[in-house]
Design a protein around this ligand. Structure first.
Ligand code: ATP
Ligand code: MG
Length: 578
């Protein structure tokens, strides 16, 4: 393909809303262009990378007999009401009415649609197993779309769904998909980790995320320095490396004391000279998820933590079996349940459920708010002064103990590019997905669902593979393998030579791009670096006449000066070395 034949305009400057390198480079290279927040046009080169990645996915899913279909993007409300996710998904689901006042949403995920697709056909144990996928545009009305394709509102996802008769079959399908994903991301040649994760409101019990490692990643990961343990911080167990032992021997009598103006843990630490890890803070939440418009009650509860710890809302959600992370109470609501402002609250005397993080277990004679403005209580002890249910509710952090060994956890940042879930019978039960087993009994089938963020992965690979001059495409998804800078495009002999090279390399299944624009060499080299295809060949009159052509490795910048008939061979060699 020749540059003069396509629509491709590079930019010197990145747009001001582009904060991370991959976003800047994708826009500057013309790979994508913003239409509105979270909505992007994939340009000619961007789309080629996307298509190549899709084909890697297709190839690997084919190997595990996962078959491709394509479902509608617009779904009727009734379908999503069957699982109640019409309500549970909240504002993330974009809803609208058609001309007949019929309600619809845009597909944010397709569990409901796929169950509807198969439930009339999967009737007998002989119909299993089945594994089905699609590659399709999803729409999620993300609150804050950002980082280009990383968090779009419209984005492309590969979503697969497995159907099995029993749990053993479903877990086998899960393992097969896990292996296929491993092969897919290995083929990109990028650094990734497979981590334990939260199931979100898809539901299900076993789940792993595939995370590409990158500074700009939105996800915090904790990885063991001793074992294969790796988890998203959202679900990582928090275990102190050195278990806390209180120096206090006996329970002392509780005492109320004045703490005027002391609102935060930092204030209190200074005021009392007690370190934050020996103070206890009290947070208030509501478990009312608002799915039932008539239910206006405030289902308040309190969470206790050491002053030095942070609450993990996902752990709280999972512990209380909520659909979404709980909402923090506002100051008025806190006063309603505790009688004081947030800085002066504590667990003693509360009439609502109290949940305490495990970090408090070994504290003795500690300080909490007194539920009276400007006062705290000292020498408070759980069991004696208040009752709480204990659980792991705090954020794990770097340096915590590895849950599997005596190792410690190390922090990384990652970009979630894939996610595998074992769903069990959740959707089958809600949507009447039944079949007759060998004994003629009606059973619910077992499901798994498996996503890959196609467009996110393409950008994430740039986030992991670039330098100050531009993109360094992984060979497997590079829009083109070879970038020929044709410096004197009007010269007949050069043009002919380049066309021949194009033909010969194309026969070897390589994709060749020719910059035949009427531009200065320096300008062309800059664009070649920006576009980032693996090998650059420089064909100018001077080198051609001297029978010395430059073949450049984009990643290492290594230059090979070879004769005209050695060029194709050298190009292939450089590509093989990548
Ligand atoms: P996130 O936690 O990043 O919001 P998610 O866990 O909600 O993602 P899944 O439902 O697991 O996403 O979707 C499967 C995959 O789709 C994700 O692993 C991710 O790669 C991709 N994805 C999800 N949301 C977006 C988005 N807004 N833009 C681009 N890709 C996305
Ligand atoms: Mg996910």
């Amino acid at each position: 393909m020749k540059w003069s034949k396509i629509h491709l305009f590079t930019q010197k400057e990145a747009p001001s809303d582009a904060e991370i390198p991959s976003h800047k480079l994708m826009v500057r290279g013309g790979f994508i262009k913003k239409l509105a927040p979270g909505l992007y046009t994939y340009g000619f080169m961007g789309l080629r990378a996307i298509r190549k990645f899709e084909n890697i996915i297709r190839n690997e899913l084919d190997k595990i007999n996962c078959i491709e279909i394509l479902m509608p993007m617009v779904h009727p409300k009734e379908l999503w009401m069957e699982t109640n996710r019409w309500n549970e998904m909240g504002a993330g689901l974009l809803k609208f009415k058609n001309r007949n006042d019929h309600e619809f949403c845009l597909g944010a995920t397709h569990e409901e649609a796929i169950v509807d697709y198969v439930r009339h056909d999967l009737k007998s144990y002989r119909d299993f197993p089945k594994n089905i996928y699609q590659i399709q545009t999803k729409y999620r009305d993300e609150i804050r779309p950002r980082f280009g394709l990383m968090r779009g509102r419209e984005f492309s996802m590969k979503d697969a769904y497995s159907f099995d008769m029993d749990q053993a079959g479903a877990l086998k399908a899960y393992d097969q998909m896990y292996e296929a994903y491993t092969r897919i991301f290995n083929r990109l040649g990028l650094q990734f980790r497979i981590v334990k994760a939260d199931a979100g409101n898809i539901g299900g019990s076993q789940t792993h995320e595939f995370q590409l490692l990158a500074e700009a990643g939105e996800d915090a990961l904790l990885v063991s320095d001793k074992t294969a343990f790796a988890a998203n911080i959202e679900v990582c167990p928090a275990i102190d490396a050195i278990p806390y032992q209180s120096k206090e021997k006996e329970f002392k009598a509780t005492e109320k004391f004045a703490t005027p103006g002391q609102k935060t843990i930092a204030d209190l630490e200074k005021f009392t000279s007690v370190p934050a890890n020996e103070l206890v803070k009290t947070l208030f939440y509501s478990a009312n998820e608002g799915f039932d418009a008539k239910d206006k009650s405030l289902k308040a509860f309190a969470v206790l933590l050491r002053g030095s710890d942070e609450v993990n809302p996902i752990k709280v959600k999972n512990f209380l079996k909520l659909t979404n992370a709980p909402r923090m109470l506002n100051d008025d609501e806190v006063r309603e349940v505790s009688g004081a402002a947030p800085g002066s609250c504590g667990p003693v005397g509360l009439k609502i459920p109290v949940y305490a993080d495990n970090g408090i277990t070994n504290l003795k004679n500690y300080i909490v708010g007194a539920n009276a403005d400007g006062f705290h209580l000292k020498n408070v002890n759980h069991e004696r002064d208040y009752k709480a249910q204990f659980a792991d509710l705090r954020m794990a952090r770097e340096g915590d103990k590895c849950p599997d060994s005596d190792g410690t956890l190390k922090a990384y940042r990652g970009i979630e590019v894939g996610h595998v879930f074992y769903l069990g019978q959740k959707y089958a039960q809600k949507m009447n997905g039944v079949f007759l087993d060998k004994n003629g009994r009606s059973q619910f089938y077992e499901m798994g669902c498996y996503g890959i963020g196609v467009t996110r992965t393409v950008q994430a690979s740039i986030e992991q593979s670039h330098d100050q001059d531009g993109v360094i495409w992984p060979k497997a998804i590079a829009p083109y393998h070879v970038h020929i800078c044709l410096l004197d495009p009007k010269d007949e002999a050069l043009a002919q030579y380049v066309d021949k090279m194009d033909q010969a390399l194309t026969e070897k299944h390589l994709d060749v791009f020719i910059d035949d624009r009427d531009e200065r060499p320096g300008f062309k080299f800059k664009d070649a670096d920006l576009l980032g295809f693996p090998v650059r060949v420089v064909v100018g009159k001077k080198g051609f006449d001297a029978d010395q052509i430059e073949v450049v490795n984009r990643k290492t910048k290594e230059v090979h000066k070879v004769t005209r008939d050695q060029v194709n061979q050298t190009v292939q060699k450089v590509l093989e070395s990548l």
